[in-house]
Design a protein around this ligand. Sequence first.
Ligand SMILES: [Zn+2]
Length: 287
Amino acid sequence: MPELPEVESVRRRLVPVLEGRRFERVEIADARLTRPFDPDQVARELEGERVVAVDRRGKYLIVRFESGRALLVHLRMTGSFRLRAPADDVLPDDAYRRAVVRLDDGSDAAYRDVRRFGTWQLLEPGELQPYLDARVGPEPLDPAFTAKGLAARLAKRRAPVKAAILDQRTLAGVGNIYADEALWRARIHPLREARSLEPAEIRKLRQAIRDVLLLGIERQGSTLRDYALPDGEAGGMQDEFKVYGRLGEPCDRCGTPIERIVVGGRGTWYCPHCQPSPLERAGRTAS
Ligand SMILES: [Zn+2]
């Protein structure tokens, strides 16, 4: 599932293609993409809109139009874009293509989605900010994302810390992969109660979250199954994983085999030595 680094990598490839261009013709072939709104009606509404910016907030892509409206795209599990430059041939056949935007320079931005959980929402001027504010917490790469702020958001929560950082209202953009990688770097067990973290641990966690997200952007995201960049290229972050998906492999730091548990319904990988469990920690403090 695309997380912040994947969505940011997609955004960076879309910017030079979309910014300044007008949506000339729009076809939306899947009613799930725009529901509860009629896909044809949304397509007609989009035609003629000129793009002033392609932004990102958490895992949302935001196509901002000159009119003040915005198209909010969430890739969910398997959404992705494919681009066709004006000089290229027609788009190749694709059974999973759900929408195509023809731009006024003759290029196409096609949207494909195997599992069809992705969404396109057309928001009217003034609707975007309240919509996002209700759903998404601070951007972890923003300087305003401080250890103090993170501490305040974790303070009263009995939920496992992993579940707390997956909650998009705690912070924006972290999903299963980057949560596991950040907790390993910060040496925090995923099942620790969020409120039990000490100030020094929260500082480490904040730094670890930022570091893994920045590395993920540098590697242009991680390609496990479906994620690809708009030119079809794969990301490289999967080669940097320290714990995610590495059951039984030795920890890079201490050699202990990586273990897997389920936290909040999500597969979770961690090092049982570097990330001591809440029980072990209690034992260490008592003795
Ligand atoms: Zn270890």
